[in-house]
Design a protein around this ligand. Sequence first.
Ligand SMILES: [Zn+2]
Length: 122
Amino acid sequence: MYHGLVNDDFPEEIRNFLITYSQNSSRDSAGIARYLNHSCAPNVGVRGLFTLVAMREIKIGEELCWDYDMSEDIDWQMDCSCGSPECRRSIRGFRFLPEDVREKYRGFISDWLVEKYHLKKD
Ligand SMILES: [Zn+2]
């Protein structure tokens, strides 16, 4: 499933739960983010660096999912089979997100990527 490790310095049990917050820094996503799956049609997005917020109204019982490319842009790749009609089949980092997807995610992208790519925040 994983084609590259996010950061070899982290203990193995944490590596798959890292969230990047600068070009060279990651940490354990901890909290609820650790338990949410990726989706190419997310209902949750990133606010700031580590806060997840609803992107739309979420029904009771609906699975919370975010798009890992909202916070990741390092040399890492994961196959995706989220099943959504919008599925990109591969999670490879923000730099590979199509322009229309970036626009759809505006306001829900990690601050470090907003700064790196000089994006409009809202
Ligand atoms: Zn997908």
